[in-house]
Design a protein around this ligand. Structure first.
Ligand code: SF4
Length: 457
């Protein structure tokens, strides 16, 4: 088949893993000789790296495709738009491949799931070739696609094409074996597999050489990492010992994988940030059981207690779903009471919505009314806002080391921003500083979402 050298534009939605995958895709395509367009206007191939976790992600993708076609048509001032192809990547590609390929209005040209990105150069060539109908083409549409789930693919041999920055994300494992009943990830990203620790350490070394100061270890279930020799505690300890690294973070862990060994490594190592994102999802035992979360409310609370014993003052954040099928008002108040008891520093809250192919969608009717879901999420938001404000205000007068970001607060020329070890956003006044610097900042004010302060140098 003839070489196809096209300019690519990639739009990414969803979690950090998707952002990371886009960096992998850019690297794979660059290696194969493709170029990159700055926007959709001058791209030959537009790829959407999609998410299937939240309902609005679907709507966004559908809306965006219509917008692309409209924008391309208008750019030509009445002449027919220059031809371009659209490819769908990511979780939605796996989850909705037939619907996407067969939707004539969307007119998608090719599809690649999260384990098939090394085949992208070939899929793009196939969608430009006239001899469609190869073994990787949809029988019904003749369009190329590959959504094979791999038990082995970790992309350990691909060095992501990153933008410069202070923090670099590193996927250390992929997939998930937990099968929470509301979640599509085990179906769209397959089973858990981990990269060898030595390979991850090589990547960290290279990142330090490129000027990155912080790494965030990434995985759908990051703390179940195991490469056959090293578990997650071994790995994070080795990463934090690497010369040149100032901070190490990780996300997202599952509450079931917090052995004392890991907490001890965290306690002993000042470079491992004292922040854990600990997804609660619900505070009622019946709902937790229906979600297949594998812990009870008391076990979750006991874990929080243990984490705080090992690392006093550690920041905790969480995820919560309201309105899971059959959740009553009384059961929802159990979630509120856990939130009050734990006092998370911050929380991401979502209304339950059915995802195709999940156990919850097959077994349970989405029977909590939209009204009840909306009321519950407002109540939860209000509670969390009060808690976050109280916790942030308690920091007024304290001084934190802040790792300075590349981003600057808009319209505030003498102000900078960065994050504390506990991952709190700090906006601060200072003489000029350099992204990547660790600056002591005294906190002078607080909102529910950020701390404000002044450089204490
Ligand atoms: S742990 Fe549960 S919520 Fe997280 S990716 Fe796995 S199945 Fe989904």
């Amino acid at each position: 088949m003839e070489q196809v050298k096209k300019r690519i534009f990639i739009q990414t939605w969803g979690c950090q893993m998707n952002e990371y995958d886009t960096e992998l895709v850019r690297s794979i395509l660059r290696e194969a000789g493709f170029g990159f367009a700055l926007g959709i206007e001058d791209a030959d191939v537009i790829m959407l790296n999609t998410c299937a976790v939240r309902e609005n992600a679907y709507r966004k993708v559908y809306g965006y495709i219509h917008e692309i076609r409209h924008q391309r048509a208008s750019a030509e001032n009445g002449s027919p738009a220059k031809p371009f192809r659209i490819g769908i990547l990511g979780c939605m590609a796996t989850n909705l491949r037939h619907e996407l390929l067969e939707d004539r209005k969307l007119n998608i040209d090719f599809i690649a799931g999260p384990d098939s990105y090394k085949r992208l150069p070939q899929l793009i060539k196939e969608c430009y070739a006239t001899d469609v109908g190869t073994e990787h083409c949809s029988v019904r549409t003749g369009k190329p696609y590959d959504v094979t789930l791999s038990e082995f693919e970790t992309y350990a041999d691909v060095y992501p094409s990153r933008q410069e920055g202070v923090n670099a994300w590193i996927a250390i494992m992929r997939g998930c074996n937990n099968f929470c009943t509301f979640c599509v990830v085990p179906y769209t990203r397959g089973r858990e597999r981990s990269r060898p620790a030595a390979n991850i350490l090589d990547e960290v070394r290279r990142l330090v050489g490129e000027g990155f100061k912080q790494v965030t270890l990434l995985g759908q279930n990051v703390n179940s990492y195991h490469d056959g020799t090293n578990d997650f505690a071994d790995l994070i300890e080795q990463v934090s010992q690497m010369e040149g690294i100032r901070r190490v973070r990780f996300t997202s862990p599952h509450p079931k994988d917090f052995p004392d060994k890991l907490l001890e490594v965290m306690r002993q190592n000042p470079k491992i940030c004292k922040h854990i994102h600990l997804p609660l999802q619900a505070g009622n035992n019946r709902i937790l059981d229906m979600m297949n979360r594998s812990y009870t409310r008391d076990e979750f609370l006991a874990l929080v207690h243990k984490i705080r014993e090992f690392c006093p003052g550690i920041a905790l954040s969480t995820d919560v779903i309201v309105g899971f099928p059959t959740e009553t008002n009384a059961e929802f108040t159990d979630t509120l009471s856990v939130m009050r008891e734990v006092e998370f520093d911050s929380a991401f809250m979502f209304k339950y919505s059915e995802r195709k192919g999940t156990t919850a969608s097959k077994k349970y009717k989405d029977d909590v009314s939209e009204e009840d879901k909306a009321r519950r999420i407002i109540e939860l938001n209000d509670l969390q806002k009060d808690i976050s404000l109280k916790k942030n205000r308690a920091h007024i007068g304290e001084t934190f080391d802040v790792l300075v970001n590349h981003e600057r607060p808009a319209k505030l020329p003498d102000q900078w921003q960065g994050r504390t070890d506990g991952n709190k956003l700090v906006i601060f006044k200072s003489d000029p500083v350099v992204p990547g610097d660790l600056i002591p900042v005294q906190i002078t004010d607080a909102t529910p979402h950020a701390l404000k302060g002044e450089s204490a140098i």
